[in-house]
Each structure stands twice: as C-alpha cells, then as structure tokens.
Design a protein around this ligand. Structure first.
Ligand code: LMR
Length: 335
C-alpha cells in the first residue's frame, strides 16, 4: 500500500581516490555516507601500478550485489574520474618513504593536488563537495583550493573527524560511558601531532541530565596531558600496531564527515571539520584549520563565541603556526 511513496532518489556520484578506498567504498555503497535510501555511483581513481587491483575492487563491488549501488567506474584517468562527481573524497597521496625529507613528500603531494584540483574544477558537478584525507590533509586541501579558483572555498574541507571521534572514544573509555552519550569535543588546528583536542565544552548524557566532561573526569591532570597526547599520537599508534595506517576508522569518520555535512548535524551537537578560516577565534584566514562546526542544508558554519582559556589559546596558536609553515613549504615546492 505504501509502495507509491517509494520514489527513488537520483543517484549521487562519489569519487574516491587512493588506498583506503577498499575500506571506504563498501561503506558508501551501503549508505553510511549519504543515507540508507540514497542510491550512489562510485568512481575510483588510482595510479597506474594499482590499475589491476582497482579492477579487482570493482569486481568485488559487483559481487556484493549492493542495492544502492547504481554504477562503478574504476580508472587511472583523472578526467574520467572527476566527471560529474557530487562528492570527492581524496585519499590518494604520495606516502613518505624511507629516507625522504618532509619537503620531498610535500613536493610530490603538491603536484598531485594541483593536477587533481584542475580536473575537479573542470569536470566535477557544480557545488561538488570535497573532503581531503591524504596527509598533509590541511595543506593538500589548501593547494586544491588555490588551484581550483572557481570552486567555492566553502566546498573544500579536510578530515579531522577522525581525531574528533578518537577524542570521543578516549573520554568514553575513561568514564566507562557509551561513546554515543559523549558530545561536543573539539579538534582545533592541523591533522598532525600539533592538533589540540579540547574537552572544555564537551558533555556526557547521564541519567541525571547532561554533565560536563571536566566535572565527570575530575582529573584535570589527565585531561591536560595524557588525553591530549593520546589523541595527537593515535595515528602513529595505529601504524605501530598494524604496520599500516588507519583505514577502518579513517573510512568510517570520512563517512561521518560527509553525512553530517550533507544531511546536517543533530540539534545541540557540533563536529570538527578542517575548513577555510574566516578569521574566527583569531585564526589567520588563508589556512585550512579544524574548527567546531554545525551543518544545515549542506552548509557548515563555525560555532562562535566558545570561551577560550589561556591553555587552549596557546595550543590553538601553535597548530596555526605549524600550518603557516606548511603553507610556505608547499608554496616553495611550487616554484
Ligand atoms: C591517522 O591519523 O591515522 C593518519 O593520518 C596517520 C598517517 O600518518 O597516515
């Protein structure tokens, strides 16, 4: 009787580049990124040496018989990959190899992101939303913005939701509460070890109402030291344990990032996103910096007027300083 309500939505085309694609594409194709009733077309882009493996991933997607999946393109051609995409998740980048200096990695990634920026600018759908995951994520996103000048800057973001979710996870473990009851942590700054995970406004839902995390943890020493370093170093700890960088949690938080951006954040809840600074909280504009944001109707806005104490200020500024240095390093690679 309700079948007349089942009007199928038009598919959304999602581009995924690079390595964690194997963890990410099944999540997208099962609705974790855009909703359980949203059909998707997936474009996968990788480099030539990975072409055969990419074909294998396409075969597996077909074999999974996924009802939401309306099409798959597996390609090494950046133009074909970017054609008409509505959402682009940029995981591909040049990894740091033994003996490479930071500048060498930066220089490789700057040229990759420059090329991909032009392809996206020319071939993606208007209003395409971009999420950069590959490190150095904030600076890669900035390069993308610079070389896709007609792209609205509000449409280019980088992933710090992974760090945000890690912070929620640490608080939940410490307090022995469910992670779904913890909210409003903030990641400020760079997706690097200078990031500042801030719990000053975070709360936990308890049977007697919302309580502040600081009140419940009652151990400022832990919150001001070990908690921060654990979140800052979590990526490295995963690499040490797995001998590979995070994939499952990175893919899951990339889905969270896009889902909240497109479908909105719940009332009273904010998330962390790396976005183009407008000067909020005294962070220089011209940087991609992680802020607390809420999203509505497909647009993010930075949460304003949070009280910032001296301890936080110093940490927020230190991460901004690192981003300024990365930016100038990236520009020196362009010359
Ligand atoms: C992570 O946070 O897990 C990654 O950014 C770590 C890395 O260097 O790949």
């Amino acid at each position: 009787i309700w079948s007349f309500l089942n009007i199928e939505k038009d598919p959304i085309t999602v581009l995924v580049t690079g390595q964690i694609g194997y963890a990410l594409v099944p999540m997208i194709a099962r609705g974790a990124m855009l909703g359980p009733d949203q059909p998707v077309i997936i474009h996968m882009l990788d480099i030539e040496p990975a072409a055969e493996a990419l074909k294998g991933v396409k075969m597996e997607l077909i074999d999974a018989a996924l009802p939401l999946l309306k099409g798959v393109v597996a390609t090494t051609d950046v133009v074909e990959a970017c054609k008409d995409v509505n959402v682009a998740v940029m995981v591909g980048g040049f990894p740091r190899k033994e003996g490479m200096e930071r500048k060498d990695v930066m220089s490789k990634n700057v040229s990759i992101y420059k090329a991909q920026a032009s392809a996206l600018e020319q071939h993606a759908a208007p209003d395409c939303k971009v999420l950069v995951v590959a490190n150095p994520a904030n600076t890669n996103a900035l390069i993308l913005k610079e070389f896709a000048p007609s792209f609205p800057e509000k449409n280019i973001t980088c992933l710090t939701r992974l760090d945000h979710n890690r912070a929620l996870g640490q608080v939940s473990e410490r307090l022995n509460v469910h992670v779904g009851d913890v909210k409003n942590v903030t990641i400020w700054g760079n997706h690097s070890s200078t990031q500042y995970p801030d719990v000053n406004h975070a709360t936990v839902k308890t049977t007697s109402g919302e309580k502040s995390v600081r009140e419940l943890v009652a151990n400022d020493q832990w919150l001001n030291t070990e908690f921060i370093t654990t979140v800052q170093q979590r990526g490295a700890a995963i690499i040490k344990a797995r001998k590979l960088s995070s994939a499952l949690s990175a893919a899951s938080s990339a889905c969270d990032h896009i889902r909240n951006w497109v479908l909105g954040t719940p009332k009273g809840t904010w998330v962390s996103m790396g976005v183009y600074s407008d000067g909020s909280y005294g962070i220089p504009s011209g940087l991609i910096y992680s802020f607390p944001v809420t999203c509505e109707k497909g647009e993010w806005s930075i949460v304003q007027d949070l009280k910032i104490d001296e301890f936080s200020r110093a940490k927020m500024d230190a991460s901004a300083k690192e981003l300024i240095e990365e930016k100038s390093l990236a520009y020196s690679c362009l010359n």
